[in-house]
Write a protein that binds this ligand. Structure first.
Ligand SMILES: [Ca+2]
Ligand SMILES: [Ca+2]
Ligand SMILES: [Ca+2]
Length: 211
């Protein structure tokens, strides 16, 4: 299943008056560089957790979502579960908890309450400020989110991932990680209990049910 950009990203990429696809990409990049730096829609329900958290990721993206260069790359979604806008500038992301600053969020990365930010874990930092220098291992790895002074804020260890599946918190920001898009091939009770067939990957948007 391929997902089209939604919310803020969709509005950027489909801005009226910009018909050329490359011009749209350049303009979208300029907007992100200008410091808006967030995607997705505010969530209607603020969870009980407080502040930015790792909310969803995909480590085997074959056809779910392309980055602005047409690559089906790994991605990590960060969600602001708190009531206040957070300045993520200088916060870090990693796939190796002992090296916490493998990716540093760019200046002026403001994340309003209930908003989502998608970071491409594609090992292609030259593609823009929202592209990390590492990729995710599809057979399992770890994720970490740290404050600018490298205080651990959130972490998640994951096991092998299915093709075009993602894993995330449900509901957003809550302490309950499940697989999204997994149940087509479920044959066991354990599999069924760990996934929801009405949930699909939602990069840059609320983790929710529906088509
Ligand atoms: Ca890429
Ligand atoms: Ca990795
Ligand atoms: Ca999501």
């Amino acid at each position: 299943m391929r997902i089209k950009p939604t919310g803020f990203l969709s509005r950027v990429l489909n801005s009226p008056g910009i018909s050329d696809p490359m011009a749209r990409r350049i303009w979208a990049g300029a907007v992100l560089l200008a410091g808006l730096g967030f995607t997705g829609c505010p969530s209607s329900d603020h969870p009980t957790t407080n502040g930015p958290v790792l909310n969803e990721f995909q480590a085997r993206n074959d056809s779910t979502l392309q980055d602005e260069f047409g690559d089906y790359d790994d991605w990590i979604e960060v969600f602001n579960s708190g009531p206040d806008t957070v300045d993520l500038s200088g916060y870090t992301l990693t796939d190796h908890l002992e090296i916490p600053d493998k990716y540093v969020f760019p200046d002026s990365t403001l994340l309003p309450p209930g908003a989502f930010l998608l970071i491409w874990a594609d090992g292609e930092p030259e593609e823009g400020p929202l592209h990390a220098s590492f990729r995710l291992r599809a057979d399992g790895e770890e994720l970490g989110l740290f404050t600018p002074d490298l205080t651990p804020l959130d972490q998640h260890v994951f096991r092998a991932q299915g093709t075009d599946m993602s894993e995330g918190r449900y509901p957003d920001g809550e302490d309950n990680w499940i697989a999204f898009g997994a149940c087509d091939s479920c044959r066991t009770a354990e599999c069924s209990s760990n996934c929801r067939d009405y949930l699909h990957p939602t990069p840059g948007a609320p983790n929710r049910g529906g088509p």
